[in-house]
Ligand binder design. Structure first.
Ligand code: GAL
Length: 465
């Protein structure tokens, strides 16, 4: 059968997870902010399911990775947990068991025919660094992150050729410092903007270290994974357009511009200055950001952001908030994923592709996450016990069609990773919504391929559909 949509040669058909969402806490020398949050407030997590066991990857990685091969994946991203790899957070000295574990995970990934992509930070700051130094508010923590990164590069770069520094750093800013959906649930715009700056700096410094160590000369590449949520205005009025421009600048370009172009958007700097919430930084740091841009970009795309001009100007809010510049627009007739509460809008795949092509030097990039979280998938099991997740297949095919169009028009996209290979733990949503090609029975930890797992195997084999 010939394809309607064929993708470029060597295209990545893979899937992504992260350490804290799949491994379980077994043998970790430190606790992350999530481990700690669950200890003090288990009721904040769906059905009070915490991060202790998650999908048991720490114990079952061999079988799990073999299943990923079975569904035809040729690449796989996970993350190295800071709280697992590093025994001494100040010096960056690694933990022996963690070295064994990650070495084995990498070797097994390669043995199963998959390119390993390793990420270094997936929301999982060691809680001690929050207690001692206020976490990402501190430049000392930036230095400690670079030590952690250096340790990881030295241990694993002989086999890991694709590294990413951060996953969705904007979520750290929003969740921990503005909108209170991640511990420590601070509401403080000024601190939020310092964190935004410090994480950009941490990423650039880690990239600098990678290159100083010469791993780029041995075929290594380093990038970042950003959640891009393209802003769409309610109308083409000047006010609505301006609202969407500001939303894009704050939520997307505040990491995308420094990562790709080495500078913060001037509009962002102007607004923050005017509002007196600009970060503290030095000329030397700005140079580091300028000189250490990424080799490739990972884009997580789930949903767009609909905005409109502010209805009422609210002055004197106690804290600076990004939405002082726009209101969210509840567009009539939008398609929703009711479980996750996210709009479904596949067209953004094309818009992102063209934006990168035209405004970001057409840098090599890939979709590093895209997926559909569904609650209660058990009800879709057929008589053979296979989950018939046709909605997921349709979701992916629609998104891939728009991605394909962007690639046809010259966007430099080299792969598509779904979220996620095996159902995993989703932060405070825990196991509410399932995303995997492979289903997980949480009680027995048994894993079974869904219909979408068979679908991706065909897509990967045919390099399209
Ligand atoms: C992303 C995040 C993942 C996963 C996914 C689905 O924003 O990177 O860790 O939780 O959402 O909820």
């Amino acid at each position: 059968m010939s394809n309607k949509y064929t993708f470029p040669k060597g295209f990545w058909w893979g899937s992504a997870t992260s350490g804290p969402q799949s491994e379980g806490n077994f043998n970790k020398p430190h606790k992350s902010v999530f481990d700690y949050w669950y200890e003090i407030e288990p009721e904040a997590f769906f059905n009070k399911v915490g991060p202790e066991v998650t999908s048991n990857f720490y114990n079952s990685y061999k079988e799990d990775l073999a299943m990923l091969k079975e569904i035809g994946l040729n690449s796989f991203r996970t993350s190295i947990q800071w709280t697992r790899l590093i025994k001494d957070l100040e010096t960056g000295e690694p933990d022996k068991d963690a070295i064994r574990f990650y070495n084995d995970v990498i070797d097994e990934t390669i043995k199963n025919g998959m390119v390993p992509v390793m990420n270094l930070h997936h929301f999982d700051l060691p809680v001690e660094l929050y207690d001692k130094y206020s976490g990402w508010e501190s430049k000392h923590v930036v230095e400690l992150f670079v030590k952690f990164a250096e340790t990881a590069f030295k241990l694993f770069s002989d086999r890991v050729k694709y590294w990413t520094t951060f996953n969705e750093p904007m979520v750290v800013v929003e969740g921990q410092y503005i909108y209170q959906f991640h511990y420590p649930k601070v509401v403080d715009g000024k601190k939020a903007m310092q964190v935004l700056y410090n994480i950009n700096l941490a990423s650039a410094k880690a990239i600098k270290k990678f290159r100083e160590l010469g791993f780029n000369k041995e075929g290594g590449q380093i990038g970042i994974v950003l959640n891009l949520t393209p802003a769409y205005p309610r109308s083409n009025s000047e006010e609505d357009l301006n609202a969407s421009k500001i939303a894009d600048t704050i939520f997307n370009y505040s990491f995308l511009d420094p990562a790709v172009k080495g500078e913060f958007p001037s509009l962002l700097v102007e607004l923050l200055k005017e509002d007196d919430v600009l970060w503290e930084g030095t000329g030397e740091e700005i140079d580091i950001i300028k000189e250490n841009t990424i080799d490739f970009l990972g884009v997580n795309y789930y949903q767009p952001r609909r905005v409109m001009a502010k209805k009422y100007i609210v002055e004197d809010e106690e804290y600076w908030m990004p939405h002082k510049y726009f209101d969210y627009y509840d567009m009539p007739g939008k398609r929703m994923n009711p479980y996750r509460g996210w709009e479904i809008y596949p067209q953004s795949m094309y818009d992102i592709a063209i934006n990168i092509r035209d405004n970001y030097n057409n840098i090599p990039w890939y979709i590093s996450e895209n997926g559909m979280g569904v609650e209660g998938e058990e009800k879709y099991r057929d008589e053979n016990g296979e989950i018939q997740d046709v909605y997921r297949i349709e979701f992916f095919e629609e998104h891939l069609q728009y991605l394909h169009k962007g690639i046809e028009e010259g966007s430099n996209c080299f792969g598509f990773h779904s979220w996620t290979p095996i159902d995993c733990w989703s932060w405070s949503n825990a196991y509410k919504n399932r995303y995997g090609y492979i289903g997980l029975d949480l009680e027995t930890q048994t894993k079974k391929i869904k219909k979408s797992g068979k679908w991706i195997k065909e897509v990967s084999k045919n390099n399209g559909f």
